[in-house]
Ligand binder design. Structure first.
Ligand code: ADP
Length: 187
């Protein structure tokens, strides 16, 4: 029997990395989707995931909407479906907040990252690819998006040992990639 008190030391620290690329091409256990509350499709990374993954993903989203998520997926929460034809085992759909100048919606964006990791870990996922949630149509400023994403993911992973060995941020532009890489290089 392993000594439970030595578990933290036995678990290798999760690797965090940033790559420039298309999240639909990532061979990982979980691809995170920056969805909207309806779960019924949208533009940006959501559209790309449904196009590349095929109709199975949307069919499962519709089932969720007909059942447990009748009101939609709340902002800051996450839920898993099949990954269809994507080279992943699951898509974890999360809803980031729309950026607002006058109200602090950072806790909701932190929650979107944290819940995505919790749902992924609940599935036993070892590797997760994240887009820059809320940084597209939802308008989150790029530099703050990188800082918040890295801080939130580090905090979620520090909550305790889990199955997650790799978190890869997949950024669609050179600018976003540079911001995330710079943030990750900070201790
Ligand atoms: P949100 O509505 O949460 O802002 P978007 O899909 O509009 O979500 O944008 C989130 C981020 O994902 C943006 O930085 C956008 O450039 C990026 N993005 C769009 N398509 C892809 C893709 N195929 N792979 C990775 N990132 C993508």
């Amino acid at each position: 029997m392993p000594d439970p008190s030595s578990r933290a030391e036995d678990t290798a620290p999760t690797r965090l990395e940033a790559v420039r690329g298309d999240i639909t091409r990532q061979s990982v256990d979980v691809i995170v989707n920056a969805a909207n509350s309806s779960l019924l499709g949208g533009g940006g990374v959501d559209g790309a995931i449904h196009r590349a993954g095929g109709p199975e993903i949307l069919a499962e989203c519709r089932e969720l909407r007909a059942g447990a998520l009748r009101e939609g997926l709340p902002t800051g929460d996450a839920v898993a479906t099949t990954a269809g034809r994507l080279p992943a085992r699951w898509v974890v759909h999360t809803v980031g907040p729309v950026y607002a100048v006058r109200t602090d919606r950072r806790p909701l964006l932190e929650s979107a990252y944290r819940r995505s990791i919790e749902v992924s870990a609940g599935l036993g996922a070892r590797s997760i690819a994240f887009p820059a949630v809320s940084a597209g149509v939802y308008g989150w400023p790029p530099d703050d998006s990188a800082r918040l994403a890295v801080t939130a993911v580090r905090a979620a992973l520090a909550a305790g040992p889990s199955s997650v060995e790799l978190v890869r941020f997949v950024l669609f532009s050179d600018e976003m990639h540079e911001l995330f890489a710079a943030e990750l290089s900070r201790p």
